[in-house]
Write a new protein. Structure first.
Length: 307
């Protein structure tokens, strides 16, 4: 039997800010090697949870274990193996990227060699710009430099709080590629908080969605998506006949819209073949079937249900 190694184990975590309950009996499991998506709408309690994981604020109730150790009892030992970015990383803009990392390594009290700094800059794709002043960097480059800062001491666990906020599509792709590289090539466990759901869908293997500080759902990304309904666009030769056929059948409740020769249905994966068979057996020629399903739609559906 394979026993999965828990890197983060949170049980019953609760935090109040005066009369507001930001986190409410939250439980989370992150396993070694995960790219773990931590999702929720604004105000769901994501940043508060991350600050508790990094001991920046104390929980009212609950327990946190990281690497199998109590965060309250072994704080210093645990934190030395965590790299984190919270919000926008701050740097000395008139110094080079290399000099910034050199200063930050000294401030941390760790012995970080020049070779290690350059190796880390290479990992995040900034080696060629290591001597450039940070003020000349794009927002995406500054985010990658922030990740370099988090990687300097070669942590086991990387915690990223909204790392793609404010980035253009190219910058988002660069961060996504870097997360994939750190996971697959460097074997890092990554805890990724984000509201950019399509980005999380492309990099995370497991996720939790929280709303109002509570867990809505947790599990493997693909399994959660497979259990959700999807939109399917079916193109037919005679949309009027097809539309009438559907409206007079048990599929009527699944039909969302008709536009030109395309009909859009809300169905489960195993219903697509049955729907196609029904149309064809009733002399409707089907020229294409295009299923579309995203974490965005799943997220909106289940958070609305939890309100």
């Amino acid at each position: 039997m394979i026993i999965e190694d828990k890197v983060i184990e949170v049980r019953g975590l609760t935090k109040d800010f005066k009369e507001i309950r930001a986190v409410d009996s939250l439980s989370v499991n992150v396993y070694r090697g995960d790219v773990f998506g931590f999702l929720g709408p604004n105000g769901a309690g994501k940043s508060t949870t991350i600050r508790m994981l990094l001991t920046l604020i104390r929980p009212k109730e609950g327990s946190i274990k990281i690497f199998g150790k109590s965060l309250m009892e072994d704080r210093n030992d645990i934190l030395k193996d965590i790299g984190a970015i919270i919000e926008n990383p701050a740097f000395y803009n008139y110094l080079s990227a290399y000099k910034n990392l050199e200063i930050l390594s000294r401030m941390s009290g760790r012995e970080i060699s020049s070779n290690k700094i350059m190796e880390t800059l290479e990992t995040v794709g900034l080696k060629e710009r290591s001597a450039s002043k940070v003020k000349t960097y794009s927002h995406g480059m500054k985010q990658r430099l922030g990740i370099a800062q988090a990687l300097l001491h070669d942590p086991e666990l990387i915690i990223l709080d909204e790392p793609t906020t404010g980035l253009d599509p190219q910058g988002m792709k660069e961060i996504r590629d870097l997360i994939n590289y750190l996971s697959k090539e460097k074997n890092k466990t990554i805890f990724l908080s984000s509201h950019i759901l399509s980005e999380v869908e492309q990099v995370a293997n497991r996720m939790i969605i929280i709303n109002k500080g509570k867990t809505v759902v947790e599990g493997k990304v693909q399994e959660l998506l497979d259990s959700a309904e999807m939109k399917v666009t079916i193109e037919v030769d005679d949309v009027e006949a097809a539309g009438q056929l559907i409206k007079d059948s048990g599929w009527a409740g699944k039909l969302l819209s008709i536009n030109n020769n395309k009909m859009v249905f809300d169905v489960k994966t195993d219903e697509i073949a049955l729907l196609n068979k029904y149309l064809v057996s009733n002399n409707i020629s089907v020229s294409s079937i295009v299923p579309t399903r995203s974490l965005e739609e799943y997220f909106l559906k289940i958070t609305n249900e939890s309100n």
